[in-house]
Design a binder for this molecule. Structure first.
Ligand SMILES: C[S@@+](CC[C@H](N)C(=O)[O-])C[C@H]1O[C@@H](n2cnc3c(N)ncnc32)[C@H](O)[C@@H]1O
Length: 215
């Protein structure tokens, strides 16, 4: 295994994180036992993994990082972030669908660094108890996604990073995806963020990009 970022490993074309809860799978992923137990991380199932294999240059998530994660769903990507940040990091995992929130609660019972929050990311005042974080990670497929990311970053980021998975089809089906990615990056710049990288996530996620920006 070759370490490509702190807590993230590669063997051949495959990505791995070290399992925080050895012996336990989260979504049917492969477990590989070597010097320790690794969990396979599929770029077709996680936009963060897709961004990494497609050339993300800087990863702001590492041991002890505090992450506000908007759109946690059942916790597929959250579980790998949980592996990376370890016992001393924390993920405030916001999700507004009750259907997927139950599996997220079960995941949080096993992974104590995940704090599940049933709330709407458009209303950050509902989770004002969340502390300042190092990273605001957004994957909610909402037409106002960038604006929601900015509002949350204003609330919960002192200085740190914003990471947004942009689904162009959710923003405007009539526009070319590349134009949408530029427009969303411009919104971040106008709000005072420095856009560090925009990564196209194809072929893993059709018409999606990932934007990394710093506050
Ligand atoms: C594409 S899925 C997220 C997948 C997840 N990030 C992963 O990689 O494992 C988008 C999720 O965002 C949630 N969502 C959409 N709008 C939201 C909002 N305003 N507040 C909270 N959650 C939202 C949806 O219910 C859905 O579960």
């Amino acid at each position: 295994m070759k370490q490509i970022f702190p807590g993230i490993f590669k063997e051949g074309r495959q990505l791995y994180t070290i399992n925080l809860v050895p012996g336990k799978k989260v979504y049917g992923e492969k477990l590989v036992k070597k010097d320790c137990e690794y969990r396979e991380w599929e770029p077709n199932r996680s936009k963060l993994a897709a961004a990494i294999v497609n050339g993300l240059k800087e990863l702001s998530i590492k041991e002890k990082t505090k992450v506000l994660y908007l759109g946690a769903s059942t916790g597929t990507t959250c579980s790998h972030v949980s592996d990376i940040i370890g016992h001393d990091g924390v993920i405030y995992a916001v999700e507004f669908s009750e259907r997927v929130f139950h599996p997220l609660i079960n995941l949080a019972k096993e992974r104590k660094n995940i704090v599940p929050i049933l709330a709407d990311a458009r209303k950050p005042e509902a989770y004002s108890f969340v502390e300042y974080c190092d990273v605001v990670f957004v994957d909610i497929a909402d037409p106002q996604e960038t604006e929601i990311a900015i509002r949350n970053a204003e609330e919960f980021l002192d200085c740190g990073y914003i990471m947004i998975a942009i689904k162009s089809q959710s923003i405007d089906v009539t526009k070319k995806p590349d134009k949408i990615y530029k427009e969303e990056a411009k919104k971040l710049e106008e709000a005072g963020f420095t856009v560090l990288q925009t990564i196209n996530l194809e072929p893993h996620e059709e018409k999606h990009a990932f934007i990394l920006a710093r506050k």
